[in-house]
Design a binder for this molecule. Structure first.
Ligand code: ZN
Length: 218
């Protein structure tokens, strides 16, 4: 379900106070119109009615896509995953089988949604980013975010956005060989070491630990 709360916020530009709606939980299957507003950052942008100043307001948010069977919990910082009464008790019958991810930033939330919307495995995508960083050390700095697939007659390329110091640069890489290399790394992980239950974090650290694990076996 979709849940929200309202709060008075002061404009960082002029100090004017106005209500702002925080979306604590967004169910895009029940409220599809919210997805577009989320992806365009409208849901997380405060816009002052007096001076026009805008500011990003990001708090904990549970993203739920029932059609594609996944949930992503955006919890900024190091907060532990809270108990959610809607996800335990009788309701857990419906949520236990869903793929669950935890992310720490709004960029990561949008990235995960795009990856799942494009029918990709976020583990393979994350390992692919690690391989790009290994090949091109200048990508070690900043963030590398999935930004969609581009299909043409010749080949499919994957787009990434490289964010460094608030600047974004696009990067386009042939997807077939990269995803194959990512899948091979994932396959080398021994069964059982890969815990896919609960609120799993598939991020840069996860990819680094998989790589360390796989290369230490060789
Ligand atoms: Zn203002």
């Amino acid at each position: 379900m979709t849940r929200f709360s309202e709060d008075n916020l002061s404009c960082p530009g002029c100090g004017h106070e106005q209500p702002f709606t925080h979306y604590d939980s967004v169910n895009v299957s029940l409220d599809p119109e919210l997805k577009e507003k989320l992806l365009s950052r409208e849901l997380t942008t405060f816009c002052c009615s007096k001076c026009g100043e805008t500011a990003e307001v990001v708090g904990p948010m549970l993203f739920h896509d029932m059609n594609q069977q996944f949930m992503i919990w955006l919890l900024p910082g190091d907060d532990p995953v809270p108990e959610d009464p809607f996800l335990s008790g009788p309701m857990s019958v419906f949520t236990d089988s869903l793929m669950r991810r935890r992310v720490r930033s709004f960029n990561e939330l949008i990235e995960k949604i795009s990856i799942f919307d494009d029918g990709l495995d976020d583990r393979v995508t994350e390992l692919s980013k690690l391989l790009i960083r290994l090949q091109e050390p200048s990508f070690q700095e900043g963030e590398l975010l999935y930004d969609g697939l581009h299909e043409s007659d010749e080949e499919t390329t994957v787009q990434f956005a490289h964010l460094v110091n608030e600047e974004s640069q696009g990067l386009s890489v042939p997807w077939a060989s990269l995803s194959l290399a990512g899948e091979r790394l994932l396959d080398s992980l021994s069964q059982g070491e890969e815990d896919q239950t609960g609120w799993v974090e598939i991020d840069r650290e996860w990819a680094a630990s998989v790589f360390a694990e796989v290369t230490s076996d060789e």
